[in-house]
Design a protein. Structure first.
Length: 153
């Protein structure tokens, strides 16, 4: 059986699987149960934004992996940084190069857009596999620590 891998931008028909993958990601990495209605609405809204794009790795017609990019303006660089987020590959499809293919696609898009100055992502401290993957793709620890304040509504 031949393997057919397609990297493409996600569409509205992918909302359910993207939301399911995000729920699995949150549970796996942070032991968080995401509210189904909230994540479905969040993914749906993300697909409508100009500064947010989901990409999927489709393996033999099935969405097997995903990631999202969002944009951050950098006055220091006079350009945009793309943040890679919502990185998830279904467990049965890991170690097959799916995220590498997604990353290479995004990197190619970034290299062809003169406004994009850097790619960034954050990774949980207790995720050595993720850290190793990102280093193998040529990314480096930026030295930044991310702080946040939640529940602002």
């Amino acid at each position: 059986m031949s393997i057919k891998l397609i990297i493409r931008e996600a569409s509205a028909s992918d909302i359910t699987v993207l939301a399911q993958n995000n729920q699995a990601l949150a549970l796996e990495t942070e032991n968080l149960q995401l509210n189904s209605e909230t994540i479905l609405a969040g993914v749906s809204n993300a697909l409508e934004k100009e500064d947010c794009h989901y990409f999927v790795a489709e393996l033999n017609g099935e969405v097997a992996g995903q990631t999202m990019i969002t944009y951050e303006w950098s006055d220091w660089r006079n350009g945009v940084m793309w943040w890679i987020q919502s990185v998830y590959v279904r467990p049965e499809h890991r170690k097959k190069g799916l995220f590498r293919a997604l990353f290479n696609h995004i990197e190619s898009l970034a290299r062809n857009d003169p406004e994009v100055k850097a790619l960034r992502l954050y990774v949980m401290e207790n995720n050595p596999s993720g850290k190793n993957t990102y280093k193998n793709l040529g990314m480096e620890d930026s030295g930044y620590i991310v702080y946040e304040k939640e529940n602002l509504d």
